[in-house]
Write a protein that binds this ligand. Structure first.
Ligand code: SF4
Length: 452
């Protein structure tokens, strides 16, 4: 089979059932997960793209989510599978056991990484096929089988499909766009660490994600390399020496794609720094790979003091039975959960869609935190909306539903200005000692601001 993608390897031999079930590759390189030994028989392989787009085969022993090595078809899964993903699994991955399907390492090992693979599952549109054209550097393609099960195979305009399947519009670069619009590289004192605000830093723990979002702000970094523990040390040392830093946001890439041992090590090192008050994790895992939220992972996370998690959600279709279980496991362990959502044209840029998403998130104990205006990264024009669209969404939420369901709408200022909040014009004017305010119904009220 031709490798037409340019994103990653395409299989030369297509299994008869049409799926790409990678078999163990004894002796493969364990560059990112050095703690893992070459896999025993029955283990699965995952790939992590490097700068030259050669896949490094990584071996994960397949375990059940209770930490036991899977006894294939005999152990009942403790992670319940939703009807939609179960039907998809039976159609395309029928020779995988339900335990394998519910194993996060199996999901990564069997992710779809090229359009030539993707066409086995979806009827590709012209625009999707044309994304292969052009010589512009592109974000790799990667979609977990679980997330693919949520995608409409016939409708290229379906919201979730548009977030992960590339289209030709990615190749159109506007003069206002750039690879690093937030100037993060400028605020990078050591590799993998962004220090912009006085008391907090962004720690880029890995360049790997289980599924790549086509509008990713860090598309210049993700999929390009995999930051290993050697690159962590200078960043940890920087944090140790700068005693004004009290808050570390661990992101990437997606830090929950790290092995348990690696994540535990990193959290332990950062927690041991006396001036660090809180750790935060930014992740999309509960939406794209909820099977990763295993009891062992929850144990690792919950034993760290003041650990917060912000989960990247895009659309209400992401809040499935699996995602609900993942969020419930985290919340029940006392980990406060917030959401971050990027405003995307034709995907979630309607008040009803956002309200539905935020209500669904509150039901699984995730508090809507930020709504981001889409950053002007290269090739993002087809995703970006006007700022008025975002303001209209907030206007349609505030007062019309619980305040818990109203996130802060922000623009991350191009050039490194940081997050700037935006609100509809509720403040009308100052009148003598009163301020004149408009409420959500458009009614005018006066507040006596006598201490001004
Ligand atoms: S999960 Fe986050 S870091 Fe990964 S591709 Fe999506 S937006 Fe980028």
């Amino acid at each position: 089979m031709e490798n037409t993608s340019g994103f990653g390897p395409a299989s030369d031999s297509e299994p008869p059932n049409g799926r790409n079930h990678q078999e163990p590759a004894p002796g493969s390189i364990l560059e990112i997960y050095p703690s893992f030994q070459p896999a025993p028989a029955g283990a699965a392989a995952a790939t992590c793209l490097t700068a030259d787009e050669n896949p490094l085969q990584l071996i994960f022993p397949i375990e059940s989510d209770t930490g036991q090595e899977i006894n294939r078809k005999t152990i009942q899964p403790s992670f319940k599978t939703g009807q939609r993903s179960l039907s998809f699994k039976e159609k395309f991955f029928s020779d995988a056991s339900i335990n394998e399907w519910n194993n996060w390492k199996w999901q990564i090992a069997n992710s779809i990484t090229s359009l030539s693979e993707l066409r086995r599952y979806l009827r590709l549109s012209k625009e999707e096929k044309k994304s292969l054209a052009g010589k512009n550097k592109k974000l790799p393609l990667r979609i977990t089988p679980y997330y693919l099960s949520l995608i409409d195979s016939e409708n290229p305009m379906q919201a979730l499909r548009r977030t992960v399947v590339p289209v030709a519009d990615e190749l159109k670069i506007d003069a206002s766009e750039s690879a690093d619009p937030l100037s993060e590289d400028h605020d990078t004192p050591v590799a993998g660490l962004v220090h912009r605000y006085p008391d907090r830093v962004l720690f880029l723990a890995t360049g790997f994600c289980s599924s790549f979002c086509r509008y990713c702000t860090r598309s210049r970094l993700v999929g390009e390399n995999c930051l290993d523990e050697n690159r962590w040390e200078p960043a940890i040392e920087y944090i140790r020496k700068n005693t004004n830093i009290r808050d570390v946001l661990i992101s990437g890439g997606d830090p929950l794609t790290l092995a348990d041992e690696q994540l535990d090590y990193l959290l332990g090192r950062l927690s041991s720094i006396p001036h660090i008050d809180i750790l935060r994790i930014g992740t999309k895992i509960p939406a794209v790979l909820p099977q990763r939220i295993t009891p062992q992972l929850v144990k690792i996370l919950s034993r760290r003091r003041a650990l917060w998690m912000n989960i990247h959600f895009t659309h209400p279709d992401e809040v499935t039975p699996e995602t609900s279980q993942a969020c419930t496991r985290l919340a029940s362990a006392g980990i406060p959960l917030g959401s971050q959502t990027v405003l995307l044209k034709g995907i979630n840029d309607h008040p009803a869609v956002m309200k539905s998403l935020y209500h669904a998130l509150l039901r699984v104990r995730v508090r809507p935190y930020y709504l981001y205006q889409c950053d002007p990264i290269r090739g993002s024009g087809h995703f970006r909306t006007s700022v008025k669209t975002g303001l209209d969404i907030i206007e349609n939420l505030r007062g019309h539903t619980s305040g818990l369901a109203v996130p802060q709408y922000v623009i991350d200022a191009p050039g490194g200005g940081g997050k700037i909040p935006l609100l509809p014009e509720y403040f009308q004017k100052k009148e003598d000692q009163n301020i004149v305010l408009r409420n959500y119904e458009g009614k005018i009220f006066r507040y006596p601001d006598i201490y001004a």
